[in-house]
Structure formats: C-alpha cells, structure tokens
Design a protein around this ligand. Structure first.
Ligand code: SF4
Ligand code: SF4
Length: 174
C-alpha cells in the first residue's frame, strides 16, 4: 500500500471545498474530469521507479477533498514536472499542473521537504540551487578549467521579493 493510500478515510478528513480551491487555480480547472483510468500513473516515468508515487491517487485525493493527507504527502514532491501525464490524459486533466497547484498549497501550509528548503536558501544566498563543494572548485582549478560564473543573489532576492516567495521562505524559516 502506498504512503498516500494508508489508512481508512474519515469523514472529518474531508474538506468538500478543497476541489473548488484547486479548480480556480490555473491548470487545476479540469480536476473533476478525471475518471480514474490510471493512464497517468502507467505512463509516469517516476511511478515506474517508485512503489509509492501514483499521480492517479494524488488526483483522487484532491477530488475527494483529502486536503491534509495530500498536501502533507512527501510523494507529491517526487513529480518531475515532465508533463507526460498531461499529454496522455484522455480527459484533458492537466495532471502535472494540478500537482504544481498542490505543491504551492503545500508550501503555504509549511509542508516543504527539507531538501527543497535548503535549495531555496542556497538560491537566495548564493544564486545557485546547490552549494558547489570547495573540493570541486579546486579540482576544476587543477584541471585548468575556468572558474564558475559568480551567482547574483542580489538580483535573485529582488525577483523573489517581487513574487512574494522571499517572504514565504523567510516566514517558514522562523
Ligand atoms: S489519465 Fe487523466 S483521467 Fe486517467 S487517471 Fe490520470 S488524470 Fe484521471
Ligand atoms: S509530470 Fe509528474 S506525474 Fe506527470 S508523468 Fe511527469 S513525473 Fe509523472
């Protein structure tokens, strides 16, 4: 049984308004058109290598209003945003976009995997998504490779402040 599918569903878990919240977001409009055929899961390259990641289940949980369960699910973050599911869905559900909407809602509730928090902090501080290890920089020098271009965290901070992302990250970090 997958992480998303564990346990019985209690009526108290269901937020009947959740689907409307998703449907009003760009990309979430066709959520209720899903008839659970499973094509998205069978064609998803991540699902092929994961015993827990099932886009069909994510869509179903969203339809049913299992808000906390779906937003707190770590598997949500395994989506690689390749859009294969969106291309293949016979019901024109924008599966990848629904998952993006869910990730955005998850962030607002503070459900962000540590690895992404660290990535966000690194982008804000250095302009790079990953801190380049000193050892790698030295190896480049040893191989006579040119230095890596400097990141521009100031302009990134400015852009992130404009979008409200910076405030969100700083609030969550407190
Ligand atoms: S492919 Fe479309 S209709 Fe089929 S389960 Fe996935 S989202 Fe639902
Ligand atoms: S966008 Fe996400 S859910 Fe859809 S096929 Fe790609 S990895 Fe799977």
């Amino acid at each position: 049984m997958s992480e998303q599918n564990k346990g019985t569903v209690k009526a108290s878990e269901i937020n009947p308004k959740f689907k409307y919240e998703i449907k009003k977001m760009p990309g979430g409009e066709k959520l209720m058109q899903c008839f659970q055929c499973g094509t998205c899961t069978s064609d998803c390259p991540v699902a092929k290598f994961s015993s827990t990641y099932r886009p069909r289940q994510i869509i179903r949980m969203a339809q049913l209003g299992l808000e906390e369960r779906v937003l707190s699910s770590q598997t949500l973050w395994l989506c690689a945003s390749c859009f294969t599911c969106t291309d293949r869905c016979p019901q024109d559900v924008e599966v990848a976009s629904v998952i993006r909407v869910l990730k955005n809602l998850a962030v607002k509730k503070g459900y962000v995997p540590q690895v992404f928090k660290e990535q966000g902090a690194s982008i804000i501080e250095t302009g790079y998504a990953y801190r380049i290890p000193e050892l790698r920089i030295k190896r480049r020098e040893g191989l006579g490779l040119p230095p890596l271009p400097k990141g521009n965290p100031e302009s990134i901070r400015k852009a992130l402040a404009e979008t409200g992302f910076l405030k969100l990250v700083e609030e969550k970090a407190k």
